[in-house]
Design a protein around this ligand. Structure first.
Ligand code: ZN
Ligand code: ZN
Length: 477
């Protein structure tokens, strides 16, 4: 195939050369004719007043005929090429642009910022910020591997990055998972003491796996890379080194003990730290392969959704504190400021041939986030879905997995009771995302709702309760 293409390319080149020669010859003849004609015409003596005029016209013709022969300048050609290229990107390759955009927005390549201030406005479009989970160079490689039919240069790939997708370094990681962060902190401590040359878990996966997006490689099943190890430099094991670690801890609050997460600074011998890192690697690889598997399964589920199926991706958003346009000073102190809890859902439904997503947010004055609260919010979400599509028989629910909210025995009881409220429901699946990696589309909805409320406050209105809102409007779509 490639041989055939080369052969035809060569032929094309020969033909264009011939064509150019013919064109050049034609240009020469025109040039000669133009010269010949005026030289024959003047019969006047050179002293005549018209002679000078004739001469100038002759020069003019010479000049113009000379232009016919000359090729366009390099800059002009470059500009033409650039214009054509940009036109190609603008018009013909819309699908490629869309493909790259959706690739950047994929949850495995970037994560959504959950904060209400993490948005960007450009060209009148407001978008929630996303942060890349890998360098653009690696993502470009991954894109080319996933789409072998598309040839796109690295420069074009970077140029087509949507303005709301940020590079990983632009953000302080506030929602990172503990497993990933602890590995990063250990590697950082070793790197500081010049024991390893890698800087973070991404570098480590790059060293240990042929392809860090391949489940076989990350699952340590690949024959080529399963025996690879991290290389350590020589070190002095007599001095202790410092490293940080995130750990769960218990804190006494009046009579109750609550679980908190705390960052500890510890001192350890370098060898022990290396052993600790090596010991935590198998767990880390299982964690990473789970993320890859889950992402693949969810993407497949979204793509292959049937008309009688729905996928509800849901999460609790951070509570919203009431705000008033004019606040008395005492509101700032004590527990005067009321709060509402926000539960956000993205409902995926098959409408016609396409999968359509509906974003909804249920708001409640009860700030509990436990299973009874989940049940109350879920009922509203399912009611909305049944209003849209009454013939739904299967509901897939996708959530993150905190034990206090979604992953507990009460939720399983709720699952059995769903049929009483929604008799047409025949199958319900509850899919838990890997812990610490549950960020997704619902977080964006929470941010939009809070921003809208903040905007109302800025415009002089109060956001201080449900007083003026009719019951059905407490649900914002
Ligand atoms: Zn993680
Ligand atoms: Zn491999």
């Amino acid at each position: 195939m490639t041989l055939l293409i080369k052969k035809y390319q060569k032929r094309c080149r020969i033909l264009t050369k011939k064509l150019n020669k013919i064109k050049e010859n034609q240009a020469y003849t025109v040039w000669e004719e133009n010269i010949a004609l005026p030289t024959q015409v003047p019969i006047h003596t050179p002293s005549s007043p018209d002679a000078a005029k004739e001469a100038t016209t002759e020069q003019g013709i010479l000049k113009s005929s000379g232009n016919l022969k000359r090729r366009p300048s390099l800059e002009f050609r470059k500009k033409c090429f650039k214009d054509r290229f940009q036109q190609k990107i603008k018009q013909g390759n819309d699908s490629i642009q869309e493909l790259i955009k959706s690739f950047y927005e994929d949850d495995i390549n970037s994560r959504i910022g959950a904060g209400k201030k993490q948005y960007v406005k450009k060209f009148g479009i407001i978008k929630q910020k996303r942060y890349l989970l890998d360098s653009v160079k690696n993502l470009h490689k991954k894109f080319l591997e996933e789409n072998p039919n598309i040839l796109i240069s690295y420069v074009t790939f970077t140029r087509l990055r949507p303005f709301w997708v940020y590079l990983p370094r632009d953000d302080r990681e506030t929602c990172a998972c503990m497993a990933h962060t602890n590995i990063d902190l250990m590697i950082l401590a070793l790197k500081k003491n010049k024991i390893v040359d890698i800087r973070n878990y991404r570098d480590m996966l790059h060293v240990l796996c042929c392809d860090k997006y391949n489940k076989k490689c990350v699952g340590r099943d690949c024959k080529t890379c399963k025996n690879r190890v991290i290389s350590y430099n020589e070190f002095n094991n007599t001095d202790e080194i410092e490293y940080h670690e995130w750990c769960r801890d218990k804190k006494k609050l009046s009579s109750k003990e609550i679980n908190i997460v705390k960052k500890f600074t510890r001192k350890i011998m370098p060898k022990d730290l290396i052993l600790k890192l090596e010991h935590s690697l198998p767990k880390f690889f299982i964690h990473t392969v789970n993320i890859l598997n889950q992402h693949q399964a969810v993407t497949l589920l979204k793509e292959s959704l049937n008309h009688d199926e729905t996928l509800l991706h849901m999460d609790f958003s951070e509570n919203y504190s009431y705000k008033f346009a004019e606040e008395v000073q005492s509101l700032h102190f004590g527990g005067s400021r009321g709060q509402v809890s926000l539960h956000t859902v993205v409902a995926y439904l098959k409408e016609g041939r396409e999968t359509v997503n509906h974003c909804l947010c249920t708001v409640s004055e009860c700030t509990r986030h436990d299973s009874p609260a989940v049940w109350a919010h879920l009922q509203k979400a399912l009611q909305f879905v049944f209003e849209k599509c009454p013939y739904i028989t299967t509901a897939h629910i996708l959530t993150d997995s905190p034990t206090s909210q979604y992953r507990n025995k009460q939720i399983f009881y709720i699952l059995t009771q769903l049929r009483d409220t929604f008799p047409s429901l025949k199958l319900v699946t509850w899919n838990y995302q890997e812990s610490g990696h549950g960020k997704g589309a619902p977080d964006g909805i929470g941010a939009v709702v809070k921003r809208t409320a903040d905007h109302q406050v800025k415009c002089g209105r109060d956001v201080g309760g449900f007083f003026n809102i009719p019951c059905s409007c407490s649900r914002k779509y």
